[in-house]
Design a binder for this molecule. Structure first.
Ligand code: BGC
Length: 422
């Protein structure tokens, strides 16, 4: 579909935020946090188990060499975004974007308890100044899955008393960066973090405890509320939210049991957490990746069009996610993540087009949508999967550090040029 056929300029205001997202540990390189330790301890095992984890993926033949290599599971220097961020901001400009979501790495800013690293703070100050100078709105995340080791040694979010450390960090970095940052995400995908780390045993500390899962989820809700309060008391004009994972559930048939369990699953995923924090959110950050089809009590997906990480792709369903959250919470929404692993760039343009149309429909139905941030600006470290999944609008060659926009990203840039009239 051509840019003109898409009618991209319908519905999007000139203030709409168009951009891409990243997270510190996934792009910066050279971090030292609870993940760094975990990767080194587990790389060999993950590589040895690759066949078991991924051999039923449609992408297996293409990914197997990388997936069996222990180096895939160690973040190391990655694309060295920490030092080469100017190159990456240039990619945003090349795509005619006006927003960028990133996270600040707590373990750099407070490497030991109560000790602030002046150089790291200065780094992030320059980083956001550079974005502002380029006319790019920064969207800053405070916790995107990586934590200082001293904090996890104390039990991290397992204990309510530890929340105070997070609040202190939030207040410190927001104060230091001043009003250059206006949009702040306190916590990224709280239940994904809790489930992978405290139930599925895929992420550090790799525990399996329903009780700890529950404690961590509730403490993160408390952490959001406390951090939002602290940030607002610095300046009421800060706009604070979480980035909520929200996939879409739909019944596979008309049976009452399928419809009922669909509603329960959607509620458990979205509303259990959101109800605890919505009053302390100025907008809603939403991460949408896939939909789940429910038959009876189970999820059974059609598996028709799969991304490289074997997720069923239903980009147009973003409309329903937006409409539901709008109805329930009546807050402005920013899509803080949305995208796909697609190394060969076969589906990304289609995905973007479907997503744009889905957003337009939602806005026509009254949703106050203020921004779209694609995951991700560039290929990055996909947590337990490591480096083989390629989510980037820009591809990265990890040997040379070379970044290049994929064809779909160039297309997206042309669409944005038209929408934004730049
Ligand atoms: C996370 C990102 C991750 C992406 C793709 C989200 O769950 O916030 O860190 O890379 O999904 O899996």
């Amino acid at each position: 579909m051509s840019v003109d056929e898409l009618r991209p300029n319908q519905g999007f205001s000139k203030h709409f935020l168009w951009g891409a997202a990243t997270a510190a540990h996934q792009v910066e390189g050279g971090t030292h946090n609870q993940w760094t330790v975990w990767e080194l301890e587990n790389a060999k095992v993950r590589a040895a188990q690759a066949q078991y984890h991924y051999n039923d993926y449609a992408s297996w033949e293409r990914i197997k060499v990388a997936a069996k290599d222990p180096d895939n599971y160690v973040s190391g220097n990655l694309a060295d975004h920490y030092n080469r961020y100017e190159e990456d901001f240039a990619l945003l400009k090349q795509m005619n974007m006006n927003a960028f979501r990133f996270s600040v790495e707590w373990s750099r800013i407070e490497p030991s308890e109560g000790v602030w690293d002046v150089a790291a703070i200065k780094h992030y100050r320059q980083y956001v100044e550079s974005l502002k100078k380029k006319g790019i709105e920064p969207v800053m995340t405070l916790f995107h899955f990586s934590l200082p080791i001293w904090f996890t040694d104390k039990g991290g979010f397992e204990h309510r008393r530890n929340v105070a450390y997070f609040t202190r960090f939030a207040e410190k970095i927001v104060r230091e960066l001043g009003t250059n940052v206006r949009l702040i995400i306190t916590i990224n995908e709280p239940e994904v973090y809790a489930t992978e780390s405290y139930y599925h045993q895929n992420w550090p500390p790799a525990l399996r405890s329903k009780y700890k899962w529950w404690r961590v989820v509730n403490n993160m809700a408390h952490a959001h509320r406390q951090a939002a309060k602290a940030i607002h008391s610095l300046n009421r004009r800060y706009k604070v939210s979480i980035a909520k994972n929200s996939n879409f559930f739909y019944p596979g048939d008309d049976a009452w049991v399928s419809r009922l369990s669909t509603a329960i699953m959607q509620y458990a995923q979205d509303d259990y957490f959101l109800k605890k924090v919505a009053r302390q959110c100025d907008f809603l950050g939403v991460n949408y990746y896939f939909s789940n089809r429910v038959y009876g009590y189970r999820i059974h997906n059609p598996d028709q069009r799969m991304s490289d990480v074997q997720w069923d792709m239903h980009p147009a369903d973003i409309q329903y996610v937006l409409e539901r959250l709008d109805r329930k919470y009546k807050l402005p929404i920013i899509i803080t993540e949305n995208g796909l692993a697609d190394a060969e760039d076969t589906h990304r343009q289609w995905w973007l087009k479907e997503t744009i149309v889905g957003m337009q429909k939602a806005m026509r139905h009254g949703v106050e949508l203020q921004g779209y941030l694609h995951w991700s600006l560039m290929d990055n470290f996909e947590w337990a999967e490591g480096k083989w999944p390629r989510f980037g609008l820009a591809s990265v060659d990890y040997n040379t550090g070379q970044r290049s926009l994929r064809p779909s990203a160039r297309w997206f840039g042309r669409v944005l040029k038209k929408i934004r009239g730049v």
